[in-house]
Design a protein around this ligand. Sequence first.
Ligand code: BGC
Length: 270
Amino acid sequence: MSFSPYLLKGQKALVTGGSSGIGESVARYLAASGASVVVNYHSEAEEAHKIVDDIKSAGGEAIAILANVSKEDDVKAMFSQMFEDFGTIDILVNNAGLQKDSAFVDMSLDHWNIVIGVNLTGQFLCAREAAKEFLRRGVQPHISSAAGKIICMSSVHQVIPWAGHVNYATSKGGIDMMMRSIAQELAPHKIRVNSIAPGAIKTPINKAAWDTPEAEAKLLTLIPAKRVGDVEDIAKAAVWLASDDSDYVNGATLFVDGGMTLYPGFATGG
Ligand code: BGC
């Protein structure tokens, strides 16, 4: 990691879904950049505690907190625990997300509700709790020029429709409008709200799409850069959006997708 351990010094960060995949990498990079990090997890306690131990061994500060982000009581308890241990919050990375895929006509209400609940309502609940604390505390100029930063983990599927994944794509489209509406409302209070829209990144959520040479070759037809992304590609973008280096960026979505949203099918046709 090439980050300065002073970039986010003194800042307190919460990464939801921080026990694996993109969230894990974001948690590690924020910690390496000097932030104290809450690694939120839902089912992977062992993994979350291992990440916390690694961060501490490297001289950083971290704790793991169990919470289902789609449950209001869990979210409130998680923020209370964070404030008890770290005092406040400066950076929220709204990352927890999942897929429950099926053909549209076979999609159960349960699978619709779970995906919307975690991916969209979960981001709403966490953003709301973080924003309340940002407003209460205000700017601490020696810490950051912002009163707080929220980074929403979206997806290329906030703009690319996705057959067989209607619940997921809908949740990501919702994140875009939620993020921009919150950004508009909170910008006067020096709170910055932005999204990262990852393309295909090698994580457990999409393993089937890249873990055989045949699957990877098929996936690469959708990626002009001709490589599947790594979690670090996203973590580096998250550190930048969390830092004052992006102080004038608000309500933006940063696509980190190797060009997946460039309509690759049109490269040779149309
Ligand atoms: C999904 C992945 C998918 C990628 C590109 C992500 O948001 O979670 O499963 O590979 O979008 O389609």
